[in-house]
Design a protein around this ligand. Structure first.
Ligand code: XMP
Length: 318
């Protein structure tokens, strides 16, 4: 019978055996898989695990600082790299969803490669790949490994991709990863986090990206997500987020006519993201959230709720 405790014990032994005194580099994303992989490896090889957490400037509000602190609190040997400016620069003026993804993937690889080069004599690249990633090979949806794979044919391989690869979660399903994480003592809140796309808010800002649009969407998203938590709805939703639409609409504020941005809120139920249904959130919650957003976020005067299922709509709008 499979148990998380036995898995941890066995895997830690195997990793010790396999990795010996070698150095390993791993990219942390703030998500469940890379975190569990890191904690497992940390248990096996400690400071020989070099974690890199890149801020692409497209994360949720305060996410980089908060999660980095959490990682440090877990005793991980982690370096936070704030490359926001580099990502924003690469995205400037770009509106095409796939080109935005490509630009983000390219910059991520550059930044990660630079960091890997700073680790003297690193031998291994660790990844939080799980079984569904393996069977899908390159999933349509992406994820860090897919981002990397889609760049195989662009010029030569970056050096870090020539490292030997270690993937301790490769045989596990998501729920097993969560159970392993719990048995490793990882915070339940971290393990229960909604999925978040690698390109982050870039694919929730329709059209081109600017620092100001990122700031607006971060504020909106934080109000929505914190509200879901306060109303005890967060764990009933598989994934939620806000989209900043490339549309201005007319509103009134006092005696003034406004002409400002519209945001769409999306919350879905799903098991694997392949199909999804919109969640029937309470009207009172939607009402309060909409008021909060419009009152507190400058530049937004309209909020709509997305009631489309996947298929045919996707979860993300880009
Ligand atoms: P869609 O929008 O295709 O999303 O219904 C399905 C799931 O995949 C996530 N997603 C991505 N994740 N890179 C990622 O790492 C991407 O480019 C990407 N696009 C979509 C999305 O958040 C949802 O969980």
């Amino acid at each position: 019978d499979w148990t998380p405790n036995a898995f941890v014990e066995e895997t830690v032994d195997e990793l010790k055996e396999k990795l010996g005194n070698d150095k390993v580099v791993l990219g942390l994303s703030g998500g469940v898989d890379s975190t569990v992989a890191a904690v497992l490896l940390n248990k096996a090889i400690g400071k020989n695990l070099y974690c890199v957490f890149v801020n692409n400037g497209l994360l949720r509000k305060n996410e980089f600082e908060n999660v980095l602190q959490q990682y440090e609190g877990m005793g991980l040997n982690v370096k936070g790299v704030d490359a926001s400016a580099r990502f924003l620069e690469a995205l400037a003026g770009e509106s095409d969803p796939e080109k935005k993804r490509k630009a983000i993937g390219r910059v991520f690889i550059e930044v990660f490669d630079d960091e890997a080069h700073l680790i003297e004599d690193v031998k291994w690249l660790a990844q939080g790949t799980i079984y569904p990633d393996v069977i899908e090979s390159v999933s349509a949806t992406g994820g860090p490994s897919a981002t990397i794979k889609s760049h195989h044919n662009v010029g030569g391989l970056p050096d870090f991709m020539k490292l030997k690869v270690v993937e301790p979660l490769k045989a596990l399903f998501k729920d097993e990863v969560r159970r392993v994480g719990a048995s490793l003592g990882i915070d339940a809140e971290l393990l229960g986090r909604h999925p978040f796309p690698g390109p982050g808010l870039a694919i929730r800002i329709l059209g081109d990206i600017t620092a100001e649009k990122v700031r607006i969407l971060q504020e909106v998203d934080a109000i929505f997500i914190n509200g879901l938590k306060e109303w005890d709805l967060y764990d009933k939703v598989w994934q939620a987020g806000a989209m900043l639409l490339p549309v201005n609409s007319v509103g009134v504020m006092g005696d003034e006519r406004t002409y400002e941005k519209c945001v769409a809120l999306r919350a879905v139920e799903s098991t694997d993201g392949m199909t999804a249904d919109w969640v029937n959130l309470p009207y009172e919650f939607l009402q309060k959230t909409s008021n909060d957003i419009i009152n507190k976020v400058k530049g937004v005067n309209r909020v709509v709720y997305d009631i489309s299922s996947k298929p045919p709509a996707t979860i993300e709008w880009e």
